[in-house]
Design a protein around this ligand. Structure first.
Ligand code: ADP
Ligand code: NI
Length: 212
């Protein structure tokens, strides 16, 4: 299985090394390392977790024209091409299918322990100092304003409405980033999230004070 992991890593690295900083290879690698750290404390199948972390953004709806299912299909085809055993492939694809955040009022789908770990790891990378940097990198890549006090945040009721929103980047904190702490499912991630959450609150207070 070492060879399979290496082949998946090589493929993902090649595909992501030219992406902008919010969704580049470094994001994938941080999610992998965080997920493996959580696995040490929470248990779960480390191989499923590592493969799913490497593949979790392989075809993101934000970059593929809005197809929410493509990621799972691309991962499935790649794992089949690399002769991954069926059971392992299914476990990995089940995780990838439920990782993505779909809006403030859209509940997360129930998932395996491995799914909870990868989803928590992806979300830990969306908050704290790195989360702030990623949000503005993404906003910049889409020509979004930093902030506009006249445009209030929206709590999205569907994945389509969430995906179509083109608001300013400060709103993204209220529409997603500040809600992630309470969506963490593993105790280890809940602990890490607390401090990162508080750092974002401090950042927002400072940002708005300067804006005045
Ligand atoms: P998921 O990985 O759960 O599908 P997204 O792909 O929506 O979540 O977002 C991943 C990261 O991309 C966010 O945590 C944030 O850093 C950045 N991002 C996505 N949408 C926005 C947005 N509208 N404004 C700023 N950053 C965003
Ligand atoms: Ni991700």
């Amino acid at each position: 299985m070492q060879l399979l992991l290496q082949q998946v890593e090589n493929t993902v690295k090649a595909q992501f090394s030219h992406q902008e900083g919010s969704h580049d290879w470094q994001h994938i690698d941080r999610v992998r390392r965080t997920a493996l750290l959580l696995q040490k404390q929470e248990g779960g199948d480390a191989l499923v977790i590592e493969l799913a972390a490497l593949l979790h953004d392989i075809s993101d709806h934000k970059y593929n024209g809005g197809d929410f299912e493509a990621g799972t299909n691309v991962a499935k085809q790649l794992l089949e091409k690399l002769n991954c055993p069926d059971q392992l492939k299914d476990q990995v694809c089940q995780v990838i299918a439920v990782v993505s955040y779909k809006g403030a009022l859209v509940a997360d789908q129930p998932t395996s322990l491995e799914g909870q770990i990868v989803r928590d790891a992806d979300r830990l990378d969306a908050i704290g100092a790195i989360g702030i940097a990623r949000a503005f990198a993404y906003g910049g890549s889409k020509n979004r304003a930093l902030y506009n006090p006249a445009v209030a945040p929206t709590l999205h009721q569907s994945k389509e409405a969430y995906a179509q929103d083109k608001g300013h980047t400060i709103n993204h904190f209220y529409e997603k980033l500040l809600l992630l702490k309470d969506r963490m499912e593993t105790a280890s991630a809940q602990k890490i999230a607390q401090q990162r959450h508080e750092f974002m609150l401090e950042f927002l207070a400072q940002f708005k004070a300067e804006w005045q």
